[in-house]
Design a protein around this ligand. Structure first.
Ligand code: FAD
Ligand code: FES
Length: 268
């Protein structure tokens, strides 16, 4: 884990509340794995005091890219940064996605800003020689939130989009579509990777368990320290093989990526 100042190279608005920022940080770029995250201090001064967690969206050599949604004070400050400004980063943090050991179809499931870590994962999967076929199911509120689709299609991912208002693709929730999609597949995916809001993740996990497909989910939690010190990001998990009692994992330290089997979904 490193602590670095990094100059902002670009910070562009890509949809109504969505921004794409790139900053130069070769030392962290060399170490980071897909699914890991960074804790970013968005202002020079200590207000807001707490760093904000963001997944790495893509790497372009020494440039680390993040895709973010403006939801509050920290992300509003981030959206105001321009090239030449500097941000302070702690990372890489957490346990990222594990790559499959063999070949076979891979399915990515994204909900809204949950698309953020998936292009980096997709690029690493391809670089590791995974021949697929590769699929993306992407659900969002409306069409304009469906960012990165072209990029993933260019990488060879067969993409299906679902929007809640029906402005693009099928109308509804991505999880409803997931079940039908799996029912219709002659060859099931060997692995599902998922990122999105909690309610979506729970349904994706149940669906994967029902079809017997290994599934890794990047989980969100409110975070203060990002390194396992404050215990503010706990997630109730099943006991490890040698234990009998459930335990609270720290999303920042033991995750953010968990398997579907690890989490006690009913009690979170
Ligand atoms: C491991 C991890 C990776 C993340 N990666 C990304 C990413 O790639 N892109 C992205 O846009 N966001 C990501 N997030 C969420 C992001 O950290 C929050 O949106 C951000 O911290 C909000 O800061 P703020 O100061 O703008 O909002 P605040 O003023 O702190 O909060 C505004 C609203 O957002 C809610 N909120 C704040 N943090 C979270 C959170 N972690 N989860 C759910 N709701 C939250 C608050 O409850 C509140 O309703 C990630 C979160 C985690 C834990
Ligand atoms: S954010 Fe402090 S323990 Fe996870």
């Amino acid at each position: 884990m490193l602590l670095k100042n990094a100059p902002v190279l670009f910070n562009e608005q890509v949809a109504a509340n969505l921004y794409h920022v790139g900053f130069e940080c070769p030392d962290i770029a060399r170490r980071v794995q897909p699914g890991q995250f960074l804790m970013i201090r968005v202002a020079r001064e200590f207000d807001p005091l707490l760093r904000r967690p963001f997944a790495v969206h893509r790497l372009e050599s020494a440039c680390i890219e993040i895709l973010y949604r403006v939801v509050g004070r920290g992300t509003s400050i981030l959206a105001g940064l321009t090239p030449g400004d500097s941000i302070n980063i702690l990372g890489p943090l957490g346990r990222g996605f594990r790559l499959p050991s063999g070949g076979g179809p891979i399915l990515l499931v994204a909900g809204g800003i949950g698309i953020a870590p998936l292009p980096f994962l997709a690029e690493i999967l391809l670089a590791a020689g995974n021949t697929g076929p590769h699929y993306l199911l992407f659900g969002a509120g409306k069409a304009e939130e469906l960012v990165c689709v072209d990029h993933l299609e260019d990488l060879g991912f067969v993409t299906t989009v679902v929007t809640e208002d029906g402005s693009s693709g099928e109308k509804g929730l991505v999880t409803d579509h997931l079940e039908r999609w799996l029912d219709g597949q002659q060859q099931l995916p060997v692995l599902i990777y998922s990122c999105g809001p909690y309610a979506m993740q729970r349904k994706v996990a149940h669906c994967a368990l029902r079809f017997g497909i290994p599934c890794q989910l990047s989980m969100e939690a409110l975070m203060a320290c990002g390194v396992g010190a404050c215990l503010g990001c706990s997630l109730r998990c099943k006991p490890p093989a040698s234990e009998t009692e459930p335990y609270y994992a720290n999303v920042c330290q033991h995750g953010p990526v968990f398997t579907a089997e690890e989490i006690i979904w009913e009690q979170c």
